[in-house]
Write a protein that binds this ligand. Structure first.
Ligand SMILES: [Zn+2]
Ligand SMILES: [Zn+2]
Length: 239
């Protein structure tokens, strides 16, 4: 949907973007200026596997991941899911707001570069059930994965949404508790190709409890994937 024509690109050169936070010209092609970017709730030291902030500066994994690790191996999350991320994600997800999607993709690119995340063989946007996708008109994770490729460093990412399908329309995760989320997701995904030996990066907007990511990573590993990374713009912090 959101692919720009060359005319829109040309117009962007003449109409500089304004920062959506301070209102000043951002000086670049996204609606976020460098000063406000520096003030965002960046996750600078967090668990390699689940991206929750760590208090121990020496630690690489949190206690929960050490005792019961999730099925995914690594999670790169740019910021905490607090304002202004909450508003940006909401606009991107429910209104398909393109400027917000581009800011979110920019934040994720910065986090991926800073964590020197290895390039995966396949990028998989977190699948939506077809009915939800049809109602919403798009999958925000797919749009975000596409926006990631706008930078030359990520231009060759191989996005393959068809690898996984959400075969059950699960209840809205955000309305459920942690245990219910796991139950809700059992058998929710079907993998449609052999992933023997591949590293898959799943792109999502927000990692909340990690239940969807865990269920999808389990299914990908059953299909032969050797490594599953989660790439997300924001991470919900523990209450
Ligand atoms: Zn600003
Ligand atoms: Zn962890």
């Amino acid at each position: 949907m959101h692919s720009k024509t060359w005319i829109q690109h040309a117009l962007d050169c003449f109409a500089p973007c304004h920062c959506s936070l301070c209102g000043l010209p951002s000086g670049r092609d996204i609606e976020l200026c460098p000063a406000c970017e520096g003030e965002l709730p960046w996750l600078t030291h967090s668990c390699r596997q689940c991206a929750l902030p760590l208090s121990d500066s020496e630690a690489r994994l949190c206690g929960a991941c050490l005792s019961t690790p999730p099925a995914f191996d690594r999670c790169v999350a740019a910021c905490a899911y607090t304002p202004p991320l909450t508003a940006w994600v909401h606009a991107a997800k429910y209104q398909g707001d393109l400027p917000n999607l581009r800011v979110l993709a920019y934040l994720l690119r910065r986090a991926l570069s800073e964590h020197s995340a290895p390039d995966p063989d396949v990028v998989l946007p977190m699948p939506l059930h077809w009915r939800r996708r049809w109602r919403r008109g798009f999958n925000q994770a797919e749009e975000m994965a596409r926006a990631l490729r706008e930078h030359p460093r990520f231009a060759s990412l191989d996005i393959r949404g068809a690898v996984a399908k959400r075969i059950r329309a699960t209840a809205y995760q955000r309305e459920l508790g942690a245990a219910e989320r796991h139950r809700n997701l059992r058998g929710a995904f079907r993998i449609s190709r052999d992933l023997e030996g591949l590293h898959i990066a799943v792109v999502d907007d927000v990692l909340t409890t990690g239940a969807s990511a865990h269920a999808l990573a389990s299914a990908l590993k059953d299909a032969g994937a050797v490594q599953v990374s989660i790439w997300c713009c924001a991470r919900t912090l523990a209450p």
